[in-house]
Design a protein around this ligand. Sequence first.
Ligand code: ZN
Length: 84
Amino acid sequence: MRSALIIKIMGMYDSVIVRCSKCGAEHEFQSKSGECFLGVYTLEDCPDDVMVNVNRHSPHKCDCGVSIEVDIPSRKAIIVSGAS
Ligand SMILES: [Zn+2]
């Protein structure tokens, strides 16, 4: 899979769309652990190998004031700070 290796070096990634569990806003989480063919997934259809790395830039700050990350075993967005 030489071509896949080259693409990873060029800095591609897969995206997982995660909805804020407080306000519902969509956030794009980036993962480099999967195939990295610029796939766009949701928490429901994301492959396991992409999920492994989904929190690499987490937590994500939402405009509503909370910070969210993905709870990988349950595939749910969780609030890690800012919840009132
Ligand atoms: Zn929010």
